[in-house]
Design a protein around this ligand. Sequence first.
Ligand SMILES: Nc1ncnc2c1ncn2[C@@H]1O[C@H](COP(=O)(O)OP(=O)(O)OP(=O)(O)O)[C@@H](O)[C@H]1O
Length: 365
Amino acid sequence: MSAKSVHLNMVTKEFKDDQGKTSTAVSQVNLKVEPGEFVTLLGPSGCGKTTTLRMVAGFETITTGDIFFGADNVRDVSPSKRDCTMVFQSYALFPHMSVYENVAYGLRIKKMSDTDIRSKVNSIFDIMNLRDYSARMPAQLSGGQQQRVALARALVMEPGVLLFDEPLSNLDAKLRLTMRDEIRRIQQEVGITTLYVTHDQAEAMSMSDRIVVMNQGRIEQVGTPVEIYQQPATEFVAGFIGSANFLRGVVVEKKNTQHAVKYPMGILQQFFEDDQAINGEEIVTAIRPEAISLHIEAPINLNGHNIVNGMVKKSVFMGQTQEYTVEINGINLDVHASNPISERVFTVGQEVSVAIPYDAMRKVN
Ligand SMILES: Nc1ncnc2c1ncn2[C@@H]1O[C@H](COP(=O)(O)OP(=O)(O)OP(=O)(O)O)[C@@H](O)[C@H]1O
């Protein structure tokens, strides 16, 4: 199997309703997926991720723009002639065929010899630990096993590009965790270019080389899971991936990359990349709750932090974390402290010193 790149160039999809009114589901999407890369389209319901995937598969026409597999423009190529296979949420197995026959089906259509089919199916069964199930019928398999058969059926065709549309949605929470590890393991073992759609951020973070965050038909940000989490480009991305406090303020002083910004809770210092903000500019800053720490009194020798006084308004035990809401000059900040067993737990009404690292404050507008 030779992994292909996928390149979406200014891809737009418009739908017309019964009255002839046009709505834009996907707008001017540019994306390059490298050969062997695992890229996830992530976003809320209706943001256009499934429509984007279906255009790559050829199930949906493109209104404007082009899609390339390697150097080939597949815009006008029918789905069966594109070098890609889609794995669906519903598995779509043939109920009257055994596991072996389900996986062999596509190769039989290609008129491959029985010997070649047996060798290809068995090698996929080995990668996926499915040999023991080969004689079973789909109804005799669990949901997770059916999904593995669906994946085996896609992989045996050795497509240049593998597409997944929310493949784990029908599985229970525990099985989803196992399956996402398994899909990632197999994808890396086979080295296949993969485009994966989900609205589940944990799934996207744990499986992907890069994540494409979509909102209202547009790409908000493309980056590695770490980049998306630590350097969210927009307020939407910071709020959609993980949780964030948002502060609105005005830049009052700029010294190289360090700035003083006036927020309702007071003047705070933060770093900006060059040219990211100018004096007088109104900005929105995101701060992850786990980046903030609470102390009984103002810590000394804690460089690079804003230290402000606050009062604990809420303190909730969440197992791995203790989640606080702290009020600072009338503004509420969420703070997540890890491992409350070894850390001290602050109580509601307690006065605390709040430390906010300069570099945890990320301008998102
Ligand atoms: N065949 C269609 N006709 C008209 N509008 C459509 C059609 N398919 C999708 N849409 C609209 O396009 C937009 C994007 O839909 P899409 O299914 O791509 O979103 P999504 O991000 O995959 O959402 P979900 O996670 O709910 O599946 C939505 O507003 C949807 O209503």
